[in-house]
Design a protein around this ligand. Structure first.
Ligand code: BES
Ligand code: ZN
Length: 652
């Protein structure tokens, strides 16, 4: 099982970089002489591609969306460069219907499928005429997706807000792009892209790219075509598409929201401060490099809170809380425009480079726009989640640089990359001071823009540009400990929020001292204070037993009006308490929550808790899942199936 960690050494780096994957010399400006920019190459175990031999540089899609058959079909034309003499290009595909492969003159090219791996899918090896020095080739793959493509969710009109039109959206991260685009699906292989997407006339297509035809162009048979262009090279997991009855509202210069018409007004109000978020981000860490920044509010089955697709963040409608209380999610996805989309984890073993840096950056945006108190509350909530995860996870999985050998990158998606990653950067900030830290982080984004990054490369950069041979500082930071060892190094410090300390007092009074729920100052609390209150748990051995009586649960539910709770984060916390206590009166609320949205972060823990409640919870989980499952995205069902099992078809 255990694999020696890939501590990357400068000498091997230089050698490997000469082969290609991290070497962006052909499409990047030369580096400033002063920067010791780490050249970062690491083999990606989740891709079949061999970019050191031949690599995709550009993808041009020409696809038609057919809602009747739930397929996208057409062509992907790939611009490929290769080592002189190389005759094979290896692509990643999973569950795709490949019809033919040709060059750009229509001459058929030979292709072969590799063995099917349940996680990675298959290699599609295309044989091409030998590459000549300095000359690329085009490969045209004619294909269609399958109705159960894991990246795509095809919604019926009933699953949308408007109820009249169907909807389609994609989710590429981590390794799902290969289920709708045949390309080299590795985050270290950046590609520019362009697309023509043909959809039924009543619908609009949007992508993570510049929209070249805002009103679309007439196409055959009552269809409309939309053209797009992304001129920055992006990792393929950021290629994204949505099709539906979509409308747009500007909320400021260069920023706006897309959603179904009936949700537009609410979205416009909720995100009216988006320009301030972008301004704050730019003031912190340098110019936003992607042009527009828009937000797409999806139907409720979107499996994540948000997804940082360039120029167009995809988001769950559960962030439209009505009171702007969950905008930190937008700050997070926006921050990825630097951490993740500019400087990208080279492999999924280092997703902390994307998510930890972003969680740190997110909080800095929140502090700049909403003040220190709000930011500290968010830090404490994250820190507490981290403590809970550290307590229950296998120690080796609590390293920042993780071992995903034989595993789905999804297995690395937990609080460690987010919150331990953010705690790491906060520790460095505290030790060197904010000013020095900010100057380094801004420089890190500049030096490494449009490049893949590894843990080893990160350490080389911070040593070269921040530590600079200061051996006392080097010892104090414990950089290698943070990245390669389990748990938290001794220099980690818990954040403190005075607001949440006050909530702790109220929580102790109610939960531990069994006071009345009427004494809880709920109505004066923000969403974060409410979340924190409901996250209270008994300590030590008592933690495995129920901590409330039936009377207390009823008191809490009634006093806080939890049956009518509209904030998804708060409702989720309450439902976790309810399930832990087998509190029957909350089951209708639970059922409504599980059938009205499909965000995996909420849905999976609730099914898991239900399942953990044996005779009481399992029948509820099975019954609700049978109804809810057809409405969930494959990302969510893929996880919940492992807990509840695939329900047998309901008779009739
Ligand atoms: N990029 C992630 C979502 C993701 C990560 C999808 C890995 C697939 C694989 C996104 O930026 C994210 O972190 N979303 C969070 C919200 C955020 C505020 C913590 C989510 O969806 O809950
Ligand atoms: Zn993220």
């Amino acid at each position: 099982m255990s694999r020696a960690r890939l501590a990357v050494m400068a000498s091997t780096l230089a050698l490997l970089a000469a082969c290609g994957q991290g070497d962006t010399k052909s499409d990047m400006p030369p580096l400033p002489a002063s920067a010791t920019a780490p050249v970062t190459y690491e083999r990606d175990i989740h891709s079949w591609a061999q970019p050191q031999i031949a690599r995709v540089r550009h993808v041009d899609l020409d696809l038609t969306a057919d809602f009747a058959t739930k397929t996208l079909s057409g062509t992907a034309t790939l611009d490929v460069t290769g080592e002189p003499g190389a005759t094979q290009v290896i692509l990643d595909i999973k569950n795709l219907e490949i019809r033919s492969v040709a060059d750009d003159k229509g001459n058929a090219l030979q292709f072969a499928f590799g063995a099917e791996d349940p996680i990675k899918g298959q290699a599609l090896t295309v044989t091409v005429p030998a590459f000549e020095p300095g000359k690329g080739q085009k490969i045209v793959v004619t294909y269609s997706t399958r109705p159960d493509a894991a990246a795509l969710q095809w919604l019926t009109p009933a699953q949308t807000a408007g109820g009249q039109q169907p909807f389609l959206f994609s989710q590429g991260q981590a390794i799902l792009t290969r289920t709708w685009v045949p390309t080299q699906d590795s985050p270290g292989i950046r590609q520019t892209y362009s697309a023509k997407i043909t959809v039924p006339e009543a619908l609009k297509a949007v992508m993570s790219a510049e929209m070249l035809t805002p009103d679309g162009e007439r196409a055959a048979d009552g269809m409309h075509a939309y053209r797009f262009r992304m001129t920055n090279p992006v990792p393929p997991y950021l290629i994204a598409l949505a099709v539906g009855d979509l409308s747009f509202a500007s909320v400021g210069e260069g920023v706006g929201v897309w959603t179904e018409p009936s949700r537009l007004e609410a979205a416009r109000n909720e995100f009216s401060e988006m320009r301030q978020l972008v301004d704050a981000a730019e003031a912190l860490y340098g110019p936003y490099r992607w042009g527009r920044y828009d937000l797409l509010i999806l139907p409720p089955s979107f499996p994540f809170g948000g997804m940082e697709n360039p120029r167009l963040t995809f988001a769950t409608p559960t962030v439209v809380a009505g009171d702007k209380s969950l905008v930190s999610l937008v700050a997070h996805e926006l921050a990825h425009s630097w951490s993740g989309n500019l400087v990208t984890n080279a492999t999924w073993a280092d997703i902390w480079l994307n998510e930890g840096t972003t969680t740190y950056f997110e909080n800095r945006i929140m502090e700049a726009v909403y003040g220190r108190d709000r930011a500290m509350m968010l830090q404490v909530l994250g820190w507490n989640d981290l403590q809970a995860s550290l307590a229950e996870m296998a120690p080796l999985d609590t390293r920042l640089h993780v071992d995903l050998d034989g595993r789905d990158p999804d297995d690395g998606l937990n609080d460690i990359p987010y919150e331990k990653g953010a705690a790491f950067l906060r520790t460095i900030e505290r030790i060197v001071g904010r000013e020095r830290f900010d100057a380094w982080l801004k420089g890190y984004f500049e030096r490494n823009a449009f490049r893949p990054m590894t843990a080893g490369g990160f350490l080389i950069d911070i040593r070269a540009n921040l530590v600079r041979d200061d051996s006392a500082l080097e010892r104090e930071l414990q950089l290698d400990n943070w990245v390669y060892q389990p748990g938290l190094p001794s220099n980690a410090q818990a954040p403190v929020s005075t607001a949440l300390t006050a909530v702790d007092t109220a929580a102790d009074a109610f939960f531990a001292d069994k006071g009345p729920a009427s004494a809880i100052p709920w109505s004066g609390w923000s969403t974060q204070e409410r979340q924190h209150f409901l996250a209270w748990r008994p300590e030590g051995a008592a933690a495995t037993r129920p901590w409330l009586t039936g009377a207390q649960l009823a008191d809490l539910e009634a006093s806080l009006n939890l049956r009518a709770e509209g904030n998804a984060e708060v409702l989720f916390q309450w439902l976790q308490i309810a399930v832990a206590h087998r509190y029957q009166p909350a089951v209708p609320t639970l059922e409504r929550f599980l059938t009205s949205q499909g965000r995996r972060k909420f849905v999976l823990p609730l099914y898991t808790s239900l399942w953990g409640q044996g005779d009481w919870g399992r029948p509820i989980a099975t019954r609700v899942y049978a109804t809810a499952r057809p409405g969930y995205h494959p990302v969510t069902t893929g996880s919940v199936d492992d807990v509840v099992g695939v329900p047998s078809p309901v008779a009739g």
